[in-house]
Every structure is written in structure tokens, then in C-alpha cells.
Design a protein around this ligand. Structure first.
Ligand code: IN0
Length: 414
């Protein structure tokens, strides 16, 4: 639930939030009639709320392929993450997953909650997969095979060096970038992007998730695997979990800043990848998660809260990003503003301050050289909200209309 206090502090979040809520309602009502597609799209909405909306905006063929790709990857992830499965059982499943997707009879029960349903009823995903065009099927099969093998390799291997970290992120996210580039190309809407740029798109997202999720992952019971590379954290503490203890706060933040500096290296490639996209829906699909990632890094940088609780972009800002990201001008504008925000947080006493500033300067230069910054709508760095009677009245009218609409259109059953 979004608090009234949050709306009071950021009144201009309200309109995009209402718009997003209505779009989500509309999308949930547009679930296809055939049972296997109905299962896939309702599962997509359950496992990824806002991202499902962005997928839904793609053209039909590509949308179906991306939906299935997403679910196959979530299923593979569910097998990888389930600590109750022994290695002897897990490894062969991961290695053969690319064949299981062709088999309507195959299923393997694991995971919890929505993921358990996804695994138990995986035949719906296979059935839908078999209806995709062969170009889409081949891309999904190839990436599933390579990802499964990569995950199997890392089941019994710790992330020690920065090279290990990049390799692991390549398997679980970089390959997603390669797969998506193949799907975009197969749709006939885009040229085939290079593997290196596609890989960076995934690495930037995944490294941001790994940084943001430190506390959630370290506190997981049963103990989950950690992906912060020893080569980085061992400069600051003896054990990775020591970062969460108050007495190590200074070291923890320095380590966090080191991780953020490492992630920033991928931004240049990401901007290059996005600037080559031509289809507006594909562009939005790629750009929204990237802006969310740089926004999350800006929030996390130098922020001890990463080791104390959840650090996430507020819902209103997410809604604004989804509403306002349309062109490369918006992307350069957002990357510029978030990088400036990040730069303003760099403390010269931080051991990586010089490197962090260099990485940020390189990003700021690319954004400036685009020549589009003067056209940007700066929704990130804002002055204090200005209230007047009209605005307050408007907020209450919108809220009343929204409540009336939501209660009139509340679904009766599923
Ligand atoms: C994704 C990526 C994703 C989208 C667009 C282009 C990409 C290019 C290369 C690699 C990945 C790309 O985006 C999603 C975003 C997402 O799921 N967001 C969550 C929010 C959150 O906080 O987790 C949501 O619920 O809205 C993403 O994170 N991943 C992903 C997975 C499959 C596909 Cl097809 C696309 C996961 C990951 C591991 C980063 C690749």
C-alpha cells in the first residue's frame, strides 16, 4: 500500500501511479482464452508485477515469445534456488532443461508459492512454447541449454574472483540479453545486437540486484548462496556476513561502494545497446529496467540501509519511470540525473572515490555528448513540492474517482 504521506511528499507521483494501476487492471482482464496461454500470462503477472506490464506492450508474436522465455527462465531459477534438492538430482535437471521444454509430459515439483504452481503445471508452458515460431523456439532452447550448464557449473563453485562474478552473471543474466537480442531479431523488428553489448545489459541488471539484495540473501533460511565476489569483500572484512554488523559499518559502506563502482562499468555498453534499438515497444521494454537499475544504484551507494533493511525505489518513482520512458532522450536524461545524484554522494575519503568518479564522469560525458539533455524532463531531482488549493482538490478528486472505479470493476472471480 502506498501511504498518504508518500503522496503528500511527492504529489506528482500520483498521476503515473493511478495510470499504472489502471493499466495493470486492463492487462489482467486481457488474459487470453486458451488455458495454456491463460496460465502463462496470469503466472507472468504473479511473478513479475510491473515488468509484466512492459512485456504486455510488445507486439503479439514477440510478446508471447518473451512471456515464455521469462517463465522458462523463472522455472530454471526455481530449480537452481531450491536448496532442498540434492546436487545429484539438481545438476541433471539443469543440464537437460532445454530438452524438457519440448516435452508436454515433463514436470518436476519444487519451489514454493507461485513458483511451485509454475513447476507443477509446467505442461502449460511447454504447450505454449511448442506454438511459438521456430526462430523463437531455437533462441529459447539455445539460451536455456547454456544457462542450465552454467548454473550447474556454479552449484559447486564459489564466486571468488571478479572474473567468476562476471562469469556467473553472464550465465544467469548476460545470456538473457543474448536470448532477447535473438528474439528481437527473429521478430524482424531489430538488427542482431552484438553478444558483448547484450551481455552487458544483463550484467548491469543482475549486479544491481545482487548489491540491493545483500541482506535478504544473507539472512535467508535455509542459507542461500551469496554472489558478492571474495576478491572485493575480503578487502574490507574476513567473512561476508560481517558486513551486516554495526561495528563494521564504515567497511561495509566502502565495500558496497566498491560493488557499485564495479557495476557502473557496464553502463557505457548499455547506453550503446539501447541507442541502436528502433522499435518503440522493444525500446521501452529494455530501457525501463535499465533506468530502474541506475536509480537503485544511486539509492544504494554509500547507504548503510542496504545492510539494515530493504532499499528500493519508491513505487511512485517506478510508476513515473514506466510512464515517462519513451525515447533515448529520456534514457540519457535519467542516466544523467541519477549519475549526478550518485556523484554528489561520493566521499573523497572512500578508497574507491577516484575510480567511482571516473566511471561516473564517463557516463555523464556520454549523456552530455548526446546533445539531448536540455529536452529532458527531470523527474528525479526535484525541488520541494509546491502545494496550492487546486492541486490538493485535484488529488482528492482523482483518489475518489480511482476508488469508485476500482470498486466498480473489482473482479468477481478468477
Ligand atoms: C529480464 C530483464 C531484461 C529486460 C529487458 C531487457 C533485458 C536485456 C538483457 C537482460 C535482461 C533484460 O528485466 C527484468 C526486470 C524485472 O524482472 N524486474 C522486476 C523487478 C525486480 O525488482 O526484480 C519486476 O518484477 O518488475 C529482470 O530483472 N530480469 C529478466 C529476466 C528475464 C527476461 Cl526475459 C528479462 C532478470 C535478470 C536476472 C536481471 C536477467
Amino acid at each position: 500500500m502506498v501511504s498518504l504521506q508518500a503522496i503528500w511528499r511527492h504529489p506528482d507521483d500520483l498521476y503515473p501511479m493511478v495510470k499504472l494501476k489502471l493499466a495493470a487492471r486492463r492487462a489482467e482482464k486481457q488474459i487470453p482464452a486458451e488455458p495454456h496461454w491463460a496460465f502463462c500470462y496470469s503466472m507472468l503477472h504473479k511473478v513479475s508485477r510491473s515488468f509484466a506490464l512492459v512485456i504486455q506492450q510488445l507486439d503479439t508474436d514477440l510478446r508471447d515469445a518473451v512471456c515464455i522465455f521469462y517463465l522458462v527462465l523463472r522455472a530454471l531459477d526455481t530449480v537452481e534456488d531450491d536448496t532442498s534438492i540434492s546436487m545429484e538430482v539438481k545438476v541433471p535437471i539443469l543440464m537437460a532443461f532445454h530438452r524438457h521444454i519440448y516435452d508436454r509430459e515433463w514436470h518436476f515439483s519444487c519451489g514454493t508459492k507461485d513458483y511451485k504452481v509454475l513447476m507443477d503445471e509446467f505442461h502449460h508452458v511447454s504447450t505454449a512454447f511448442l506454438e511459438l515460431g521456430s526462430g523463437y523456439q531455437e533462441a529459447i532452447e539455445d539460451i536455456t541449454m547454456r544457462m542450465g550448464a552454467g548454473m550447474a557449473k556454479f552449484i559447486c563453485k564459489e564466486v571468488e574472483t571478479i572474473d567468476d562474478y562476471d562469469e556467473y552473471c553472464h550465465y544467469v543474466a548476460g545470456l538473457v540479453g543474448l536470448g532477447l537480442s535473438k528474439l528481437f531479431h527473429a521478430s524482424g523488428k531489430e538488427d542482431l545486437a552484438s553478444d558483448a553489448l547484450s551481455n552487458s545489459m544483463g550484467l548491469f541488471l543482475q549486479k544491481t540486484n545482487i548489491i540491493r539484495d545483500y541482506l535478504e540473501d544473507i539472512n535467508e533460511i535455509p542459507k542461500s548462496r551469496m554472489f558478492w565476489p571474495r576478491q572485493i569483500w575480503s578487502k574490507y572484512v574476513n567473512k561476508l556476513e560481517d558486513l551486516k554488523y554495526e561495528e563494521n559499518s564504515v567497511k561495509a559502506v566502502q565495500c558496497l561502494n566498491d560493488m557499485v563502482t564495479n557495476a557502473l562499468v557496464h553502463v557505457e555498453d548499455c547506453l550503446k545497446y539501447m541507442s541502436a534499438l528502433r522499435d518503440p515497444a522493444i525500446f521501452r521494454f529494455c530501457a525501463i529496467p535499465q533506468i530502474m537499475a541506475i536509480g537503485t544504484l544511486a539509492l544504494c551507494y554509500n547507504n548503510i540501509q542496504v545492510f539494515r533493511g530493504v532499499v528500493k525505489m519508491r513505487r511512485g518513482l517506478t510508476a513515473k519511470v514506466i510512464d515517462r520512458t519513451k525515447t533515448m532522450t529520456d534514457v540519457y536524461g535519467a542516466f544523467y540525473d541519477f549519475s549526478r545524484m550518485l556523484k554528489s554522494k561520493v566521499d573523497d575519503a572512500d578508497p574507491n572515490a577516484k575510480k567511482t568518479k571516473e566511471n561516473l564522469e564517463a557516463i555523464l560525458k556520454i549523456c552530455r555528448d548526446s546533445g539531448t539533455l536540455s529536452q529532458r524532463k527531470s523527474y528525479i531531482i526535484q525541488s520541494k513540492p509546491q502545494y496550492n488549493a487546486t492541486l490538493i482538490a485535484l488529488i482528492f478528486i482523482i483518489l475518489a474517482l480511482l476508488l469508485a472505479y476500482l470498486s466498480a470493476t473489482r473482479p468477481t472471480n478468477i
